[in-house]
Design a protein around this ligand. Sequence first.
Ligand SMILES: NC(=O)c1ccc[n+]([C@@H]2O[C@H](COP(=O)([O-])OP(=O)(O)OC[C@H]3O[C@@H](n4cnc5c(N)ncnc54)[C@H](O)[C@@H]3O)[C@@H](O)[C@H]2O)c1
Length: 467
Amino acid sequence: MPRVTLALVGAGLRGLTYARHARDTGAGEVVAVAEPDPVRRAAAGREFGVPAHRLYTGWEELAGRERLADAAVVATQDRLHTAPAVRLAGLGYHLLLEKPMATEEREATAVAEAAERAGIMLAVCHVLRYTPYTRALKSLLDSGRIGRLTSVEHLEPVGWWHQAHSFVRGNWGRSDTSAPMLLTKACHDVDWLVHLVGSTPRRVSSFGSLSHFRADAAPAGAAARCLDCSVEADCPYSAKRLYLGCLGDADSEFWPLSAVTDTFTEEGVERALRTGPYGRCVYACDNDVVDHQVVAMEFADGATCSFTMSAFTPMGHRRTRLHGTHGFAEGDGTSIRLVDFRTGAESVVDPEITAGASAAERGRGAGRRVPRRGRHRRRERPGVGRGRESGEPPGRLGRGTGPPYRRGGHRRLVTRTLGAAPRTGDDTGPHLQAIEVIRSRPDPAPSRSPHPSGSARSGSSLCLGVS
Ligand SMILES: NC(=O)c1ccc[n+]([C@@H]2O[C@H](COP(=O)([O-])OP(=O)(O)OC[C@H]3O[C@@H](n4cnc5c(N)ncnc54)[C@H](O)[C@@H]3O)[C@@H](O)[C@H]2O)c1
């Protein structure tokens, strides 16, 4: 497969994530970098082997040259998407554009028109659409497994410390410098729900507010910075606990810590907490975006959807319940539980996803536990504080899975996809055309196997076609 050559515009956290992905999969090669921060620019140049004459101080300088790559990855901050996207489209670059596409409708229209004019491919990074989990869920719906969809419940569990990091102290805390939460975070959910349902809503309503991360919620004794605070140890949002706890863990140092400092030592972190935005008390920031919001939607066929985003959760995968006329599906971002109303049978589909929606969205920061202070982290008991409860990606069947897997009564099929069959014309059901029944027994005891293909597998094993 010929490699796509890429110009990286914005060598920040997301830009690097995509550039590494392109390199690591062999799909693309970074041949130019546009980044005003000299440290980031030089580091990206070294990492991707880009010669000095192809390192630019910004998209403006890059756009002053002839097109020098097949495509550009535009991963600048939210309010800096439109100008580079329009200019680079005009030069003939295909575009991978970070979400939100733009922060104003007229700007999004300008980007779409520029792409159409230039005849280039424009992809906005609504990455949730492309996970095996989403494909499995979508193909279940499209194949009629649960009948006609009547309503959807969807939760975006942002997570308490993620909210504090990104939407209170960080880049997305203020609507006027980035955009409202519904655009900066929940645009993924809205896009995903529309994709799943297959149409745009005809009516919407929404409520939300900033209820907690505000001055009047500050506990007595709180200081302006966590390093000076006498009640810091009791605060769930302690910057000391969060960021010092990242040290020594490569993933946590990349995210969230590299947003805070590029010096991964105790002194480096403390210096950043003393002077930078991430050391501020969450009750003494300049944030104004909501910390919880609900959106109600009604689609043309009468189907409804209620969507909740909340800061006050463990950080984890989205949860979704789909109510159909002939069945019910419940997804936790990694597997899907199905109940067929015709037979009462329950089945669980595991789309063999390891990182999931949050991972795709957050880069390497997906589903991570709160970093703990020190090298030796508290060992968690399986099923207690691990898996879903802590924000770590849930284990496979049986670990921390809770009530849905413990119900008895009906015959239950635990299934696992065996890989995608060749795509069919309408691309429905590629992940469900071959499934293996790995356990089939009435009234099951809770499984403790962390892996469905492991030795704990029991019962029959056969292949089914379910499309
Ligand atoms: N798809 C997702 O799930 C997802 C997740 C997180 C963030 N994002 C989005 O990705 C974008 C980038 O986020 P980030 O966390 O990587 O931010 P970041 O601040 O780490 O990176 C942005 C980079 O753009 C650079 N930049 C500024 N002006 C520039 C210019 N004129 N030319 C070129 N580069 C310039 C900055 O110096 C910075 O290095 C944002 O729009 C954000 O909302 C998407």
